[in-house]
Design a protein around this ligand. Structure first.
Ligand code: ZN
Length: 522
């Protein structure tokens, strides 16, 4: 490493706003069913590439040419793979091959009190210890068979991650602690994902074996990206329209977990509900739009790709169900009015081919949209539901609300029904004040973010039990008359992970109500 002390190795970790803004182009991962697909999401890759590029400044003065981009991409994915691996399964150093545990803890403590740049300057530009030895403090296997450049990038990224990683608060551990926190808190931030809607039969696109995912695959698409990619959509919206009818929300009912969030609102305790879901069931449950951030948009509204006109989403539901590309009424009206005006003589042009009978194919949407029209007659814009597509920005409201308000004054965070694998939502816990308690509610335990209490089971069961312990009545048609009785058991001797399973139910995931075997997803 050739850096000198005058050149800081890394900029200090950005402020929440800057950090999140950097990820502004991040997109939804609607259909990825595994981690590979999550990583393959262009936004996720790009954000991490940003960081790797920062790392590469660590002393490599050579300018890398653009032709090396492909190699870089490959290297980035190798680095990402190792980062994820060591985050989930950190290397545990033995007595001879790594730093003693106390020394490792001291280093991590020191890192948190400084910034990654200064920390790396201190330990990587001096001969205090070798990078491989330092890496053991961050869970990296010192024998890792990669070249030194890749190793340094893994180490640099691990240090940045460790610096911003939230620390568990020792004083909160049990489900009763969680219930007390609910009663005590006035500005609760609730972060939700697909798990809060699965009891209604709405598939989690990321689970294997769901209808939508299979359908996309059976039509020859490698993943959902193509169907939910704004560039592809603009080329040919008929692909999206041929499939989206199947994911239209069934707007008749919401889950007990939605009712729980509404209850928090009724008690004046809900600060903001950030949801990754696009089913818009929060609105049906009565959650105030001012308290709701739909991180990936929703079907609640639709907009014209040409003139930007925004209409209620239900306006295009009939088209979506009929697999018919919806066109903009406003554009159509403007075109009709324009047609009434006396026209100047058209410029000379070659005659177009006769009206085509072929079906819509990629790239010829625009030219074939008005089959019996000349090219100079404008065609109306295509309507798109305001769900966030790949290559589209996340809504500004997300960043504004979080950076300007919630990151400063929430007093409790509840994460429900999401594994927090997709940025930027996955980053949020790391950008809140360290004293804000975090509670996690989902089927599977989470490793890569430190929560104070993890309540594992069906979200609906857990929130019903939390309310009971908080002394709150939660009413919903899916909650049994007379209440729900649950077993709360510590998981694998953990002091803060608890499984919450209805009495009489033998563990394992299944639907909450009238669970018929075989309904649950895998
Ligand atoms: Zn329009």
């Amino acid at each position: 490493m050739g850096s000198t002390e005058e050149q800081p190795l890394l900029p200090t970790v950005a402020t929440p706003r800057a950090q999140l803004k950097r990820k502004h182009h991040e997109i939804i991962d609607l259909t990825a069913d595994d981690e590979e697909a999550v990583r393959a999401a262009p936004g996720v890759r790009d954000a991490q590439k940003d960081q790797s590029t920062m790392q590469r400044r660590l002393g490599d003065d050579e300018i890398e040419s653009e032709s090396q981009d492909a190699d870089e991409d490959e290297d980035d994915s190798v680095v990402d793979d190792y980062l994820d691996h060591f985050e989930m399964q950190p290397y545990v150093a033995g007595s001879k091959d790594g730093l003693p545990q106390e020394r490792a803890i001291a280093l991590c403590t020191e890192l948190r009190q400084t910034d990654p740049g200064s920390f790396m300057a201190k330990y990587l530009t001096s001969s205090v210890m070798s990078p491989r030895l330092l890496g053991t403090a961050f869970g990296i296997d010192p024998e890792l068979a990669v070249d030194e450049e890749i190793f340094m990038r893994i180490l640099g990224n691990s240090i940045v991650r460790a610096h911003r990683k939230r620390q568990k608060l020792a004083q909160y551990n049990t489900i009763d602690d969680a219930a007390k926190l609910l009663r005590r808190s006035r500005k609760i931030m609730v972060l939700t994902g697909a798990g809060i809607s699965t009891s209604l039969g709405i598939p989690d696109f990321r689970s294997k074996g769901t209808g939508f995912y299979d359908k996309v695959r059976s039509l020859g698409y490698s993943a959902g990206e193509e169907v939910f990619d704004i560039i592809e959509f603009d080329k040919d919206p008929s692909v999206f329209y041929s499939l989206a009818g199947d994911i239209l929300p069934d707007l008749n009912r919401f889950s007990p977990t939605h009712a729980f969030i509404k209850l928090l609102q009724d008690k004046g305790r809900l600060q903001t509900n950030y949801t990754q879901n696009i089913d818009n069931l929060e609105e049906l449950a009565g959650i105030d739009r001012k308290r709701l951030i739909q991180c990936h948009g929703s079907f609640a509204t639709a907009s014209c790709r040409k003139c930007g006109d925004r209409v209620p989403g239900s306006t295009i539901f009939a088209d979506l169900r009929a697999k018919r590309v919806a066109k903009c009424k406003r554009c159509e009206k403007a075109i009709a009015e324009q047609a009434k005006q006396p026209k100047p003589p058209p410029p000379p042009q070659t005659k177009r081919k006769p009206p085509s009978k072929f079906k819509l194919r990629k790239n010829d949407w625009e030219s074939s949209s008005g089959e019996d029209e000349d090219d100079d007659i404008p065609s109306p814009g295509v309507m798109k539901p305001d769900i966030t597509f790949f290559h589209e920005k996340l809504p500004d409201t997300f960043f504004d609300r979080f950076a300007e308000q919630d990151s400063k004054d929430v007093d409790l965070v509840l994460v429900i029904g999401t594994s927090l694998k997709v940025a930027p939502v996955s980053e949020m816990p790391h950008h809140l004040p360290p004293e804000v308690p975090h509670i996690f509610i989902s089927r599977e335990a989470i490793e890569h973010v430190n929560f104070d209490v993890q309540l594992l089971g069906e979200c609906d069961d857990v929130v019903v039990e939390l309310c009971r312990r908080a002394g709150w009545g939660l009413r919903h048609e899916m909650i049994p008359e007379g209440g729900l009785r649950v077993d709360v058991r510590s998981v694998e001797g953990s002091t803060y992970r608890w499984s919450v399973i209805p009495v009489g139910k033998t563990g394992g995931p299944s639907t909450t109500q009238k669970a018929s075997n075989g309904v649950g997803t895998d």
